[in-house]
Design a protein around this ligand. Structure first.
Ligand code: G6P
Ligand code: MG
Length: 219
């Protein structure tokens, strides 16, 4: 029996992966180089500073900036990102998000958020779904980012539900690794090619919701 569903945010409950990618692209262009489209999948689930290192490799600039300058660059990327998401409303939720969250609550299944993003609380508020969550893990309280299990383990601890009773939902390869390492059941949203490490991948939340019902995972 499943007692909790632990959601990732970006790319799962809302399609912010595009906005993250656009912001990195703008930063790169300001620094004088271009990033390829493959970057969008490479930074899925990866923390801001780790993502910056990935971005800088495309300009061969990893050794050029000091740690302080890198923090400034990452903050600047965040300003560009915030500008892209500042107008977010419930309309920016992925299709089927509200109906899934509503049904989970009705069925007594706990709901948690395990997002690496420091902007997650802002987005939950802007999209009007904060109240659905029993637990929102603060990524600042986590030592090791995805693919390490820390954030999903923290969600399990705060929920008071052991990982074996939890489903983790992710759009990122690193996120699925994190879920598996934590001992939760992984379910993927998005591309089977990107999520080659996950047996159960859905095109969106609606088909995930149907799967939970069809297989009596929620009753
Ligand atoms: C999510 C996104 C990543 C992003 C990370 C940190 O995991 O998928 O692309 O880098 O959050 O987000 P933040 O909003 O804190 O920069
Ligand atoms: Mg994600």
């Amino acid at each position: 029996p499943v007692k909790a569903v632990v959601f990732d945010l970006d790319g799962v409950l809302t399609e912010t992966s595009k906005a993250h990618f656009e912001a990195w692209k703008m930063l790169a262009s300001e620094l004088g180089f271009e990033v390829p489209d493959e970057l969008e999948d490479k930074v899925r689930g990866i923390s801001r500073l780790d993502s910056l290192e990935i971005v800088l490799t495309y300009g061969n600039l990893n050794e050029v900036y000091t740690d302080e300058e890198k923090v400034d660059l990452a903050n600047h990327k965040n300003d560009l990102y915030l500008d892209l998401i500042k107008g977010y409303t419930p309309e920016n939720l992925s299709l089927g998000a509200v109906s899934l969250l509503t049904e989970l609550r009705e069925k007594g299944i706990k709901i948690a958020l395990a997002s690496a993003s420091k902007n997650a609380p802002f987005l939950l508020e802007a999209m009007g779904i904060t109240a659905y969550f029993d637990v929102v893990v603060d990524p600042a309280s986590i030592e090791n980012g995805k693919p390490e299990p820390d954030i999903f383990l923290k969600a399990s601890e705060l929920l008071g539900i052991t990982p074996g009773y939890c489903i983790g939902v992710e759009d990122a390869y690193a996120g699925i690794e994190s879920i598996k390492a934590a001992g939760m059941t992984p379910m993927g949203i998005g591309s089977k090619t990107v999520l080659s490490n996950c047996d159960t991948v859905f095109s969106g939340l609606e088909s995930f919701h149907n799967f939970l019902l069809d297989h009596s995972i929620i009753k």
